[in-house]
Design a protein around this ligand. Structure first.
Ligand SMILES: [Zn+2]
Ligand SMILES: [Zn+2]
Length: 294
């Protein structure tokens, strides 16, 4: 089984209190684990894609993606490690790591789903919890639709959108959630500035006011070295990189260091980058004012 639909009807029972808060927290945490009852039918195995399908009076459609991370298990309510949905006695659960959840109202409507993945019975996905297999040849169409319909500002050019690649491909991607933590990003940029640490590129210098403050943040500690006690040091562990240098850094499974990127550029004949000074930015701002373009 490659993928399953998980049905969810917020109007039937208080099945997912605080869903909106979870949507916000997910942007920082990167993942939200939840036990999900699978009914008596499908038995998804770990690694199965889980598509969350909304039903009921708040609307219908595809609203989230996760990955099944446990084998089905029987657990009574109080024993569940994560808050359960409504669960019948004796009903099996699986743990699901949700990596993308859309706000209520932003779901991809059922008519669009049905047009693109017609062999999937979107309306028949169980209404209050439960799980239904997706025909194997449809899972790619669902992934593609998911990638097209997500809001552009949620998409990090370096990080594949959760749900758009098969799980074994996602595991090989070296970008990690620390690069998407807004607080850590602010601290990093307050210290390092917003020019690329490898090549000196400044989006503001190159693109003007629209580029102000735009830069990606790269996590220097390889994912493999992150132990359970790891605490992020936003100044020591994060550096600003332009989109090109960031993509290059992640071309190797263990990312290239900033020094290695600089060495590559100098071997290739580029003069080592200099960071744009405040005076240079001020001079550009003056020039724009004099030319009357702002
Ligand atoms: Zn750069
Ligand atoms: Zn990175």
């Amino acid at each position: 089984m490659v993928a399953v639909l998980l049905g969810w009807n917020p109007g039937v029972g208080d099945t997912w209190p605080g869903y909106s808060r979870v949507v916000d927290e997910l942007a920082t945490a990167g993942v939200h684990r939840r036990a999900w009852p699978v009914g008596t039918g499908a038995r998804p195995t770990p690694g199965t894609d889980a598509w969350l399908v909304l039903h009921g009076k708040t609307g219908s459609g595809l609203i989230g993606h996760g990955v099944v991370v446990s084998a089905p298990y029987l657990a009574a309510g109080p024993d569940l490690p994560y808050p359960p949905l409504s669960q019948l006695p004796g009903e099996a659960c699986v743990d699901v790591d949700f990596d993308m959840l859309l706000p209520l109202g932003d779901q991809i409507p059922v008519d669009i789903l049905a047009a693109r993945a017609p062999l999937t019975d979107w309306a028949a996905a169980p209404v209050a919890g439960g799980c239904q297999p997706v025909p194997e040849e449809q899972s790619r169409a669902i992934r593609e639709l998911w990638a097209e319909c997500l809001p552009a500002d949620e998409i990090d050019p370096v990080l594949p959108v959760p749900g758009t690649l098969p799980q074994d491909a996602m595991i090989r991607v070296g970008v990690n959630r620390y690069e998407r933590n807004p607080y850590a990003r602010r601290v990093c940029l307050a210290h390092h500035g917003t020019s690329c640490a490898a090549c000196g590129f400044s989006f503001e210098a190159a693109y003007g006011p629209e580029g102000e403050g735009f830069i990606q943040v790269h996590h220097l500690v390889p994912a493999a070295q992150l132990g359970p006690g790891y605490e992020l040091d936003p100044v020591g562990d994060l550096v600003p990189l332009c989109s090109n240098c960031h993509a290059m850094a992640h071309r190797r499974r263990i990312p290239y260091t900033v020094a290695e990127l600089r060495a590559m550029r100098s071997r290739a004949g580029y003069i080592s980058g200099s960071v744009v000074t405040q005076q240079e930015l001020d001079a550009q701002a003056d020039a724009r004012r004099i030319l009357g373009s702002t």
